[in-house]
Design a binder for this molecule. Structure first.
Ligand code: PEP
Ligand code: MG
Length: 756
């Protein structure tokens, strides 16, 4: 096979497996395609059933089909056991000569000699084994082995997804409902019980979820109109391209138009609408089914027609989505999606939003931080959630453990209601701290500031009274919720609103920090490595017109109030600091020249890139304050994408390397007599707050929900105790030791509940 043939083949198989509606179909596709691809006489797949400690034959092409689901081998048994336990391929010319070979006669395996077993692995766990057999006594060629390994490495995700879809069906059939949950990662603490509202990208047929039909006749009319408009489009396109497209290509339009007119397609969709699915879902299912028929054909020309059918489906969908009215949010909305954005969250009326689920991302993603800031529980990175079939279902979301329970039993609902009440009781128990100063047992003050900005203005601001001011206002949101850059006047209005709300307390405006996982719909940035790309200050300096507008807006908003501070994100060189300071001075001068008189705001730099850690003294000399962005600093120090669920378990801001870097920042800043705050999520973690106190931090800035738990911890320790704990933490080799040390410390002060 040539490289491009192999790639096409791999992509084709993976696509088909991904599109399979259930596990059975996915496995049938795998065994059939793999057997063809490497010219084996048999291909079978065994999946591990860890509950019963056995391998089950799940699909076969070549052996006796009656054995499927019946042949069960004890774990560790036979050649499947060898492949599964070693997690490595096994390639034999004569299977029977291997000491662990066991003949399973029910499969009709007699007469085969060559054997290739390849493990299917996901997250270090063997899910099953692909087994190829051949009649000849001959090993499989190296390129066959690597082909199957390459495929197997990508099949794991599709298999777990298909398995999960099957699981959901089973749950929907009300069988075996007890204690079944989908596992993700805790994104924001708390329990939510509500109904799912699935948001999905438009113009992607595969992403369309099922949804019950509300008005049958209206739905059918909508579909027929979309069909007619798709037809008119194609007709116009055919006319426009006449003369410069070949007759053969022109004929394709006729074929598509015929398909649109044929009753087969539209009747199938309408039947599905009658069965209760809305037009978009009915179209997705129909197109999928028709495309599969073509995909299974031997003739490559006919197989290609599957693509035409999918293209047609896409066209009809476009017209259907033109017509969608805004969807109604359930009373208790749990918003779910593949890659939720901050503005999608902000779109939900605050009083209806009770939970957030994202199939991607981790707790350091901005969506999770936003949910936490709003006091809304969230579960991130739930890999296998079959979102397409879940719209409207009742779920329990356990943000403490990162679990989702679909259609809970009355027992589960009762249990989780009890836990939600306990959460509420904990929050209420901290209310006694309201109004008390944030200082240690020996009266050392540690002011606590608020992080705001991710939530839209429709969300009420919490913690105004408790906080000493705003330590981080992420100014991205006024930029994100518009369809163009906000004008200077619009920015002045927004910033002045916040400055007035907090006056006379200071408000720290971080200048525009887009890029990474925060993009503006009207300013797309396409990069293969966005977190290492055009982000934060880099964009501002490349677009001084945007930066100057923002800085002028902050300065004018503060006239007469004088409580604004400016913070520069993503600084990695001194040149950036100097250039930004130059521009800020220019903006100040311009306003003075216009006879607008006010005090120059204090300027700070975010230390969130490792380079800034090593130049901290030089930076501190140039500015009034530093603010440590531990969210980014952790991702850059540990080389762990904060948004990637695959590596989320490696992301830990209590990693000894992160602690040492932060300590180094403080040592440098203190030498230069420069104030230092922490505004990353670490500041709101009661355990970490003790260490930061020990390091001599000037203040902490966090989401409103964290203020009282952090205050509780600060008030329970003396500065000397914090320094002692810090000394011990800095001597730890492992993050787990740091966690244990701090958990024990909080436990011994009766605050264990804050870390459980
Ligand atoms: C940080 O990186 O710690 C930070 C506060 O900024 P953001 O999370 O917005 O990147
Ligand atoms: Mg940051």
């Amino acid at each position: 096979m040539t490289t491009s043939n192999t790639l096409n083949l791999l992509h084709g198989i993976i696509q088909e497996v991904n599109d399979a509606p259930n596990l059975k179909r996915a496995l049938a596709v795998i065994v059939c395609r793999v057997k063809q691809a490497i010219a084996a006489d048999v291909c079978s797949v065994y999946l591990n059933n860890s509950e019963q400690q056995e391998y089950i034959l799940m699909a076969t092409d070549g052996l006796c089909r009656d054995a499927v689901g019946k042949v069960r081998l004890p774990m560790g048994h036979g050649l499947i056991g060898v492949v599964s336990e070693r997690a490595e391929p096994l390639n034999l010319s004569e299977a029977a000569t291997h000491p662990q070979y066991v003949l399973t006669s029910e499969t009709g395996e007699i007469g085969y000699h060559g054997f290739l077993g390849v493990p299917i692995i996901q997250h270090r766990k063997v899910l099953g084994v692909l087994v190829m057999r051949r009649r000849k006594s001959l090993c499989f060629a190296d390129q066959d082995v690597t082909f199957v390994m390459t495929l197997a490495a990508q099949l794991a995700g599709a298999i777990t997804h298909a398995k999960a879809s099957g699981e959901l069906k089973r749950l929907q059939n009300q069988k075996d409902l007890n204690n079944k949950f989908f596992q993700g990662q805790p994104g924001s603490n708390g329990i939510a019980i509500g109904n799912l509202l699935v948001v999905y990208p438009l113009a992607d047929l595969n992403a369309v979820p099922d949804h019950p039909v509300e008005d049958l006749e209206a739905e059918i009319t909508t579909f027929k109109n979309a069909l007619a408009r798709a037809y008119a489009d194609l007709d116009a396109l055919a006319k426009r391209t006449k003369g410069w497209l070949s007759d053969e290509d022109q004929a394709l339009f006729d074929a598509w138009k015929l398909m649109l007119q044929s009753d087969i397609l539209s009747e199938d969709v309408i039947q599905r609408i009658h069965n209760g699915n809305w037009a978009q879902g009915a179209l997705r299912e129909t197109i999928h089914e028709h495309a599969l028929i073509f995909e299974e054909m031997e003739d490559p020309y006919l197989r290609e027609r599957a693509r035409d059918i999918r293209d047609l489906g896409q066209r009809i969908l476009m017209h259907l989505q033109d017509n969608v009215q805004t969807r109604e949010y359930p009373q208790q909305t749990i918003l779910a999606g593949e890659d939720l954005s901050a503005s999608q969250l902000a779109d939900v009326p605050r009083e209806r939003l009770v939970g957030v689920i994202s199939t991607t991302g981790s707790k350091s993603s901005h969506v999770a931080i936003l949910a936490y800031g709003m006091g809304v529980p969230a579960v991130m990175g739930v890999t296998n959630l079959p979102l397409g079939r879940m719209d409207g279902l009742e779920v329990i979301l356990d943000g403490h453990h990162g679990r989702i329970y679909i259609m809970p039993t009355p027992g589960e609902r009762e249990e989780y209601q009890r836990l939600a009440n306990a959460d509420r009781a904990l929050v209420e128990s901290l209310d006694v701290l309201q109004g008390l100063p944030s200082c240690t047992l020996d009266n050392h003050p540690l002011p606590l500031y608020l992080n705001i900005g991710l939530a839209s203005e429709s969300h009420p601001m919490m913690g105004i009274e408790e906080a000493s001011g705003v330590g981080l206002y992420r100014t991205e949101v006024p930029f994100m919720i518009r369809d163009r850059f906000p004008s200077e006047e619009e920015q002045i209005d927004e910033y002045r609103r916040i400055l007035t709300l907090f006056h006379p307390k200071p408000v720290t405006f971080r200048t525009l920090d887009i890029g990474g996982d925060k993009s503006l719909p009207y300013f797309p940035i396409n990069e293969s490595n966005p977190f290492l790309g055009w982000r934060g200050i880099r964009i501002s300096l490349d677009h001084p017109e945007l930066f100057l507008t923002q800085v002028r807006a902050i300065m004018q908003a503060a006239i007469g109030l004088d409580n604004a501070r400016i913070l520069l994100p993503m600084i990695s060189t001194l040149e950036e600091v100097d250039e930004a300071l130059e521009l800020i001075k220019r903006a100040y001068q311009e306003l003075l020249e216009d006879h607008i008189l006010f005090a120059m705001p204090k300027i700070g730099v975010m230390v969130e890139v490792p380079a800034a850690v090593y130049q901290v003294e030089a930076i501190a000399k140039r500015v009034d304050f530093l603010s440590i962005g531990t969210n980014d600093l952790t991702q850059y120090l540990l080389a762990v994408d904060r948004n990637n669920r695959e590596v989320a378990s490696l992301y830990d801001d209590l990693h000894p390397a992160v602690l040492r870097a932060i300590n180094q920042i403080l040592v440098g800043a203190i030498k230069q007599n420069c104030e230092v705050s922490v505004c990353g999520e670490m500041a709101g973690n009661p355990m970490a707050a003790i260490l930061l106190l020990g390091m001599g931090i000037t203040s902490l800035s966090m989401n409103a929900n964290s203020i009282l738990p952090v205050k509780a911890v600060i008030r329970a320790f003396a500065l000397g105790q914090a320094r002692e704990l810090l000394k011990r933490a800095l001597n730890c080799d492992f993050a787990a030791q740091v966690h244990k040390l701090l958990e024990n410390a909080l436990e011994s002060e009766g605050l264990g509940v804050l870390v459980r």
